[in-house]
Ligand binder design. Structure first.
Ligand code: PGA
Length: 240
């Protein structure tokens, strides 16, 4: 199978880090990270909404080799949607990516495949690349296929993150064989050109092994991205 370009490493800070902690974390990351060691890397940091502006300012003023991403976006353009954040607002902060349909949004906010498609399209219309998350709750429950089919129409414009729900935040990533099998069946639906990330307890120890899987082009990292220095080491481990 085609070996795609590897190197997209995305930090998902979830609901962690106040804006002050976010500044500290990105600074710690910048001291520890030297892009010349992994020139093929494309690093994206997705802080919470309240930290986006602070992180953006540091990235731009210090010219860090890092792109900004958000963790969610509204499916609506603007208007009376209390608590929501629009794609236009994100694009004005120069966010280049947004995570859409994370399993925690699907679970705690009942996000459906239809809603996730609308959010992804809204992001695209403002030049933001959606990282659409898919993943089964239990092994072989058929959910991944359904989720992937629902985004097939835009698969050439998005990044897909395969995150088995049972592997998220558990410290136990899926096995190489399992990731290989599911990433191939995802690719059978959306094609082999779409960048495919793996997420679910990716860490310094397993990063290189997972990145060795032919179809895996990068990682979506939660817990192991919360410490700036640790995250820099994880990127080196994945790509050197
Ligand atoms: P984790 O989270 O790395 O802590 O398992 C990954 C994710 O949910 O994106």
């Amino acid at each position: 199978m085609i070996s795609q370009k590897k190197g997209l490493i995305v930090a998902n800070w979830k609901m962690n880090h106040s804006h002050l902690e976010a500044i500290h974390t990105i600074q710690k990351f910048s001291y520890a990270f030297d892009i010349e060691q992994v020139p093929q890397s494309k690093v994206v940091i997705c802080p919470s909404f309240t930290s986006l502006r602070s992180v953006q300012t540091i990235i731009e003023s210090d010219e860090l080799p890092v792109l900004l991403g958000a963790q969610d976006v509204s499916e609506n353009k603007n208007g009376a949607y209390t608590g929501d954040v629009s794609a236009e607002m994100l694009s004005q902060l120069r966010a280049k990516f947004v995570i859409v349909g994370h399993s925690e949004r699907r679970k705690y906010h009942n996000e459906s495949n239809e809603l996730i498609l609308k959010k992804a399209k809204m992001a695209l219309s403002f030049g933001i690349t959606p990282i659409v998350c898919v993943g089964e709750i239990e092994e072989n429950d058929g959910l991944v296929e359904e989720q992937v089919n629902s985004i097939k129409s835009i698969s050439d414009k998005i990044v897909v993150a395969y995150e088995p729900v049972w592997a998220i935040g558990t410290g136990k990533s899926a096995s190489v064989e399992h990731i290989e099998k599911v990433s191939n069946s995802i690719s059978d639906i959306i094609g082999f050109e779409t960048t495919l990330l793996y997420g679910g307890s990716a860490d310094i120890k397993n990063a290189s092994l997972i990145m060795g899987i032919d179809r895996v082009g990068g990682l979506l990292v939660g817990s192991a991205s919360l410490d700036g220095e640790n995250f820099a080491k994880l990127i080196y481990a994945s790509l050197s």
